[in-house]
Design a protein around this ligand. Structure first.
Ligand code: FE
Ligand code: ZN
Ligand code: FE
Length: 171
């Protein structure tokens, strides 16, 4: 549907995010299963719970707007998730796979941050202050997830991945 106003663009971007979030809810369990590092597994599991609440938050906003969240597929997120799937299919050794899973998850978080930053700002511009604060809550959760992933990578996973499996980390 061709958008004719900022309000239309806002609803379209919210639909895109709703599609993205629902794709993430499906993808995260696969990533949890593929991860070996305990902290990473836990972080991904926790973000799955958080993501489910983010979908509910979007549902509330659509209700307020009296609009349906359906009818759009976020092909950007589909591509980002596909790259993570390809990595898992390549079956790298555990520490290397963990490093790759963190990279894949951080791509997801950054894509979301771009979308939520936009809709939060548009909601304010349109005078939907309650929606703006709901969207900002989600934006902050995505930033926090990204920070936790960086922390796990820097403190444990990257070192393990660099050691590699055959003793030669530079393969
Ligand atoms: Fe999210
Ligand atoms: Zn998208
Ligand atoms: Fe997220």
């Amino acid at each position: 549907m061709k958008p004719h106003s900022l309000h239309d663009m806002y609803v379209e971007e919210l639909k895109d995010l709703w599609s993205a979030e629902n794709q993430i809810v499906k993808a995260l369990p696969r990533m949890v299963k593929a991860a070996s590092n305990g902290e990473l597994k836990k972080a991904l599991e926790q973000h799955l719970r958080v993501t489910e609440r983010q979908v509910e938050r979007l549902d509330r906003i659509f209700k307020e707007l009296d609009a349906s969240p359906r009818g759009k597929k976020c092909v950007g997120m589909e591509g980002v998730i596909e790259e993570g799937k390809e990595l898992i299919k390549e079956k790298p050794e555990a520490p290397v796979l963990d490093a790759g899973l963190i990279a894949a998850a951080q791509h997801v978080e950054h894509y979301e941050m771009a979308g939520y930053g936009t809709v939060r700002t548009w909601a304010s511009a349109l005078g939907y202050d309650d929606q703006a604060s709901l969207l900002e809550e989600t934006l902050n959760e995505e930033k926090e997830a990204d920070r936790i992933l960086s922390d796990i990578a820097e403190r444990s996973v990257n070192a393990g991945a660099e050691e590699g499996v055959g003793g030669n980390g530079r393969r």
